[in-house]
Design a protein around this ligand. Structure first.
Ligand SMILES: Nc1ncnc2c1ncn2[C@@H]1O[C@H](COP(=O)(O)OP(=O)(O)OP(=O)(O)O)[C@@H](O)[C@H]1O
Length: 259
């Protein structure tokens, strides 16, 4: 079993404007007669440079929250404010262009981000090195492993130049060893680029390993039920915290199941 160790990240400067500000967020789907209330009264600030992980029962509105932050959905009520331009969104599936190579996918993302042609090759190499993919740059998507595809997807998110990265279970389909490697790489990128990250997962261990703050959403309609700050957590206390959060998540799933 891999031992979870907390990694220090950049100190969050509370005086800076939050990268993400969500207040009283409400999102209903369906018809006016039969609305499905996905989120109701959700408040969440993410500081610039902060790494927040989000847990919650299936269907509690985690993906909806990310889609609202990304501007892909409009809120029914409340406020959403994301600083620093369009955030990048990364999913469980890499959603790469299958007819392009790893490098081609990054070149395209750089072009769409408005990076001048003469700068693209250099920037592309930098990105490939960041995610340690220089040796497979010329391979097409189907020739890449699942982990390599998610590395390209991460590099593509970075190519967009967004300061805010929204991640929806990006490593859920990977085997445990590959996932551990990608965790490490994501933490390296986060620290180096001082990104603000909102990372949705079902995996409590992953949430505790990555997050400076762990947010538990209530079952539908989703709102923030509890948060845990892990910044000053002694490494020896990580297993106990993981157990505590697992218990809280199970309780919330159970409460909903019996509601
Ligand atoms: N476009 C939509 N139209 C109607 N209902 C929707 C739509 N998108 C989401 N929902 C509903 O909103 C609720 C929240 O969905 P969402 O996908 O955000 O949950 P989730 O927490 O990400 O779930 P999971 O953990 O299973 O991925 C669910 O009940 C879902 O069925």
């Amino acid at each position: 079993m891999t031992v979870v160790t907390k990694q220090p990240g950049p100190r969050v400067d509370e005086r800076r404007t939050p990268a993400v500000r969500v207040h009283g967020l409400r999102k209903a789907f369906g018809s006016a007669r039969e609305p499905v209330l996905a989120l109701d009264g959700l408040d969440l600030d993410v500081a610039a440079g902060e790494f927040v992980t989000v847990l919650g029962a299936s269907g509690c509105g985690k993906s909806t929250l990310l889609r609202l932050l990304a501007g892909l959905e409009q809120p029914t009520g409340g406020e959403v404010d994301v600083q620093g331009g369009q955030p990048a969104l990364m999913f469980q599936e890499s959603a790469l262009m299958p007819w392009l190579t790893a490098e081609g996918n990054l070149q395209l993302a750089l072009r769409l981000a408005g990076v001048p042609r003469q700068e693209r090759a250099g920037r592309c190499n930098e990105l490939l090195n960041t995610v340690r993919l220089g040796n497979v740059a010329g391979r097409r998507v189907h020739e890449l492993s699942g982990g390599q595809r998610q590395r390209v997807a991460l590099a593509r998110s970075l190519a967009q130049g967004s300061r805010v990265l929204l991640m929806d279970e990006p490593f859920a389909a990977l085997d445990a060893i590959t996932r551990d490697l990608l965790h490490q790489e994501l933490l390296n990128v986060w620290r180096a680029d001082e990104l603000s990250i909102v990372f949705v997962t079902h995996n409590v261990r992953e949430a505790v390993l990555l997050g400076q703050r762990i947010v538990l959403l209530s079952s539908r309609p989703g709102r923030v039920l509890r948060t845990w700050d892990t910044r000053d957590l002694p490494p020896d206390d990580v297993p106990a915290l993981t157990d505590e959060i697992t218990h809280a998540l199970r309780e919330e799933i159970g409460r909903h199941a019996h509601a």
